[in-house]
Design a protein around this ligand. Structure first.
Ligand SMILES: Cc1cc2nc3c(=O)[nH]c(=O)nc-3n(C[C@H](O)[C@H](O)[C@H](O)COP(=O)(O)O)c2cc1C
Length: 436
């Protein structure tokens, strides 16, 4: 499905806010999106660009499940299957994302938003970067990019990302920034799989996509995205990047990051720019959700009957993991904590719960911790390990952090203790109150 079709469906189902009044890409669009979040919006009339902008498109798991026509609880199995059963997309010669090939590169004509007063400049925040290495082949990642000229950007590349590895090996590298993607590509780009796996094959396994050759670089790109910025990234040509809001909703510092020389812009005839609010729900969903299958698999591979995994929004959808297991041996709570950390290296705190706890309900999770957790035996501390670069409390520069896990499962041999919530009698209110 292309973005425009999806937006039409949202409109037909009365789920879309359509803004017809003139609006600026400078702060105003971000302000509206934040105010109406998680409701999707289409801005039809920008005063400072000829293109339309859409945002808040995939802010909740329900929106993503709806897109794929599955239930929310089927997201983890669906992603797991796609990661395991990758397949090559069809290659096409004529691609909608190249309907218009711009003669001149002028980033000012695009609706690159300024999201917040503190931002260092206009930012692309929904760009999926396609790149390639002679040995490993193609890779997909997200990288935010700040505009610093009519044809130049500076991009944030966290050490350890495949793209960072490729840059270190090649020192400069061709890229295609693809903007306006549907969830197949967005989710695949956010998975962290073995270097050498082309995430476009994960996207294609989620739902068939088409790819095409980029115009000026030797890369295969999603044929149905809305905009493509082709060019070259040079590791040693650095520029100030930031400030910008990161996943934790705090303002990230200014760093020296590699620059991106944009050489060609192509797009659809009536292209729609995809806005994505940094640090807000859509950013969080796209970061955390693709890690849930890897945590789930790691716990399952440890021989534990894992039922569900939730990378919780309160933990910035990155640092906190809630796990539900059917415990069969007393040590499985702590083993599940170790396995969850192995499945998501950036996680900082992990909680493990029994099957009767709703891991999407904060109050129930707290209740389980209050009634089933004993710190001297159920707490697992991992002193000073590499954690997430996004955690402001981690040691700056090294990312070293102290991780811990909480086994909130009840002991198997309850010895006369009651761990279950008592049930009240079930009555039919009609019998006693009538139509009250
Ligand atoms: C919306 C969004 C924005 C992101 N921005 C960046 C970024 O600016 N820099 C970065 O290094 N990673 C960023 N990430 C994270 C990586 O793209 C993501 O973790 C990816 O899975 C890493 O893949 P890799 O294991 O192939 O390197 C972002 C992720 C999302 C979902």
């Amino acid at each position: 499905m292309i973005l425009e079709e999806y937006i039409k469906i949202l409109a037909q189902e009365d789920k879309l806010v359509t803004v017809k009044k003139g609006i600026s890409k400078n702060l105003d669009i971000a302000g509206v999106l934040k105010s109406i979040e998680p409701q999707p919006a289409l801005f039809e009339n920008l005063i400072d660009s000829d293109f339309r902008v859409a945002g808040n498109l995939f802010c909740t798991k329900a929106q993503i499940a709806d897109y794929f026509g599955i239930a929310v609880e089927d997201i983890i199995p669906t992603l797991t299957r796609a990661i395991e059963n990758r397949s090559s997309p069809d290659v096409v010669d004529e691609a909608p994302c190249q309907e218009v090939i711009r003669e001149e590169v002028d980033l000012d004509t695009l609706p690159i938003l300024i999201h917040n007063k503190v931002d260092g400049g206009p930012y692309i925040s929904s760009g999926v970067v396609v790149t390639s290495d002679p040995e490993f082949g193609q890779n997909l990642d997200f990288h935010r990019a700040m505009q610093i000229g009519k044809d130049r950007m500076v991009i944030r590349v966290v050490k350890g990302r495949d793209f960072h590895k490729f840059l270190e090996r090649n020192s400069e590298i061709d890229v295609a920034f693809c903007i306006g993607n549907t969830p197949e590509v967005l989710i695949a780009a956010a998975t962290s799989v073995e270097t050498g796996i082309d995430e476009l094959e994960i996207a294609n396994a989620l739902r068939s996509i088409r790819v095409t050759k980029a115009k000026t670089v030797d890369l295969l790109i999603p044929a149905d995205c809305e905009f493509v910025l082709e060019g070259r990234v040079v590791l040693q040509e650095k520029h100030d990047e930031g400030p910008f809001i990161d996943l934790t909703e705090t303002v990230d510092v200014i760093r020296q990051e590699p620059t991106f020389q944009v050489r060609k812009i192509t797009h659809r005839k009536n292209a729609i720019w995809q806005a994505l609010l940094p640090g807000r729900a859509e950013h969080k969903i796209l970061m955390g959700m693709p890690r849930e299958p890897t945590v789930y698999k790691s716990i399952k591979d440890a021989g534990i009957d894992v039922l569900d995994v939730n990378i919780t929004p309160g933990g910035a959808s990155w640092l906190h993991v809630a796990v539900k297991v059917r415990k069969k041996h007393e040590d499985e709570g702590l083993k599940a904590i170790e396995a969850a950390f192995a499945g998501h290296r950036s996680a900082k705190h992990v909680w493990v719960y029994d099957e009767d706890i709703d891991i999407y309900n904060e109050e129930e999770r707290e209740w389980a911790m209050a009634t089933r957790f004993q710190a001297d035996i159920d707490l697992l501390i991992k002193d000073k390990e590499p954690g997430s670069s996004l955690d402001p409390s981690a040691e700056s520069g090294t990312k070293m952090t102290t991780k811990c896990g909480f086994d909130c499962t009840k002991i198997l041999d309850a010895k006369g203790k009651s761990y279950e919530k008592a049930e009240f009698p079930k009555v039919d209110l009609q019998d006693f109150l009538g139509d009250y």
